[in-house]
Design a protein around this ligand. Structure first.
Ligand code: TYD
Length: 208
């Protein structure tokens, strides 16, 4: 059986990943296809520990947090009930909101980037995506969206940190350019225009 394709959407907080994933899902359904939509951190118990740390309720060291994301990601890949591997092996495409690129960009600021990359990229149980789409939005615009939509801010949701995270994303994409399929989209445009580009990249991958 033909394996499913694994697509990741990445972007800063407030970059519109959720909206674009819903649009892509609608498009796939309308075209008679099917995809499994998922996100990190997951709803697992480790995901719960991560959310407590992101909300600032529990303080975690950067390495500890990187390891929690790693454990959550391994579970996300291999758990037999709804793991990414199970869907891909049954020929179903998987669309994931954030993946290891977020660990590199976010945890790679306070923890050693080499260590975070090695742990994720050399882990047998962590599947490499077929495509990563990065929704690139001006940090000021992201900050405005966060201010409009959230009551509380998470630990990374301040403009100075978001600027550092954005440059880390680009540094990492540059390092991975020969081994991964990463496409950057200017997502400071209208939802419609961004959706057209996302769908275009999806279609291109499907017809490869
Ligand atoms: P969340 O509120 O779930 O969603 P959104 O992606 O819409 O912002 O936030 C997830 C947070 O987790 C986000 O600030 C990025 C962070 N994160 C990491 O720091 N490392 C990771 O490996 C992942 C997957 C997420």
């Amino acid at each position: 059986m033909k394996k499913g394709k694994f697509i990741v959407l990445e972007g800063l907080d407030g970059s519109g990943k959720g909206t674009q994933i819903s649009r892509l899902d609608e498009y796939i359904k309308k075209s008679g296809g099917q995809a499994y939509i998922t996100a990190e951190p997951t709803a697992s118990s480790t995901g719960g520990m991560i959310r407590d740390a992101l909300g600032g309720f529990v303080k975690r060291d950067a390495y500890e947090l990187s390891a929690l994301f790693l454990a959550d990601r391994i579970f996300h890949n291999i758990n037999p009930r709804n793991g990414i591997k199970k869907y891909l092996d049954s020929g179903i495409d998987v669309i994931c909101d954030r993946y290891y690129y977020s660990s590199f960009a976010y945890q790679g600021i306070d923890a050693d980037l080499e260590w975070v990359m090695k742990m994720n990229l050399e882990c047998r149980d962590i599947i490499r995506p077929d495509l990563c789409i990065f929704l690139d939005v001006d940090t000021e615009l992201c900050d405005k969206r966060i201010a409009e939509n959230r009551f509380d801010r998470e630990i990374y949701e301040n403009i100075e940190t978001q600027k550092k995270i954005r440059s880390r994303f680009f540094e990492v994409f540059d390092r991975l350019k020969d081994s991964e399929n990463i496409c950057v989209i200017n997502a400071s445009r209208s939802v419609e225009d961004v959706a057209k580009d996302v769908i275009g990249l999806y279609d291109r991958l499907m017809h490869q």
